[in-house]
Design a protein around this ligand. Structure first.
Ligand code: PMP
Length: 308
């Protein structure tokens, strides 16, 4: 069996993040951690609040519990962060039944993010009895000038804060499934009570522990992403395509026609992008930044499809 307590990985994370090991909960991907949050805090009598166009797992875990999902209107298209989370709208939906709020920062599939001051003000405004999940799956890709905060800084001030992270993105370990939550130790205790004892397998634990020390890989991931993003943005500019601001490793592009049509045409050319009509963004296509040759192939195929 794996180490059910993930001793080595927690010790390494604790040292890296400057938090006690008792603040950590490991998951089979951060997806698992989001599910633990729902199982620990939601019931059919309670509600979760999140934004339109937010990561799809929030409604799924809420529905699985039979809890109520309250969906806040997103920012309008002409906003600085079009289709991004409107924290005031989220706040206005919090009431006596609300137990959990999900904020993806940056968000998938939009790529938009909440800036430091607005997120801090939001945390100050949410009642202490409501858990706020700040999902930082894409945290490692964030550039300093974006002013997208590391929410760990607020853990001491807000015992109701849960920060989730993952080894799936910049660390490249999505197939092994390992993510984690950083919380107040009492919150970690509750999450661990509903956690399967061996939810993270031995190989994933070992790989994640090693990955934490592989600074070179992390830097390369970030550099490849930065460079690929630059090329994709240049392509969009040349094509006159609009896109949503992105702090992640993908770009949500307005393809000016049903995104699903473009998706199917790209598929015929061996390229997979993601239509996001199911996210209420029918004219957009979410394009992941890949390796250099993959990006070049996407650009070539997309140019061809958009010409027709
Ligand atoms: N949060 C967000 C915002 C995501 O986009 C994803 C993956 N698509 C996850 C969490 C879950 O990732 P994982 O389970 O691989 O850690």
């Amino acid at each position: 069996y794996p180490d059910g307590n993930g001793f080595e990985l927690k010790t390494a994370l604790s040292a890296r993040l400057g938090v006690p090991t008792a603040a950590l909960t490991l998951g089979n991907g951060s997806n698992d951690v989001l599910e633990l949050v729902a199982r620990a805090f939601l019931t059919p009598e309670h509600a979760a609040v999140f934004s339109e166009h937010a990561f799809a797992v929030y409604p799924i875990v809420t529905q699985a519990i039979g809890a109520t999902a309250r969906v806040a209107k997103a920012n309008p298209p002409d906003h600085e962060m079009p289709y991004g989370h409107d924290l005031a709208a989220i706040l206005s939906l919090i009431d006596g039944r609300t137990r959990v709020v999900f904020v993806a920062n940056p968000n998938n599939p939009t790529g938009t993010w909440q800036k430091t001051a607005e997120l801090e003000k939001f945390l100050e405004s949410v009642p202490e009895s409501v858990i706020v999940v700040v999902d930082e799956a894409y945290f490692e890709y964030v550039e300093a000038e974006m002013d997208c905060p590391n929410a760990l800084r607020w853990l001491d001030r807000f015992p109701n804060l849960i920060v989730t992270r993952t080894f799936s993105k910049a660390y490249g370990l999505a197939g092994l499934r390992v993510g984690y939550a950083v919380t107040h130790p009492q919150v970690a205790d509750l999450l661990n009570r509903v956690r399967e004892p061996f939810n993270v397998n031995s190989l994933a634990l070992t790989a994640a522990t090693a990955a934490l020390d592989d600074f070179e890989h992390l830097e390369r991931s970030r550099a490849v992403n930065r460079d690929g993003m630059k090329r994709l943005l240049e392509f969009c500019r040349r094509q006159g395509l609009a896109w949503l601001p992105s702090a992640g490793n993908f770009l949500c592009v307005d393809v000016g026609r049903p995104g699903r049509e473009v998706f199917l045409e790209l598929l015929k050319r061996g390229v997979i992008a993601r239509p996001v009509d199911n996210y209420g963004l029918p004219r957009f296509l979410r394009i992941s930044i890949g390796a250099e040759t993959e990006n070049a192939r996407l650009i070539e195929a997309l140019a061809e499809v958009l010409k027709s």
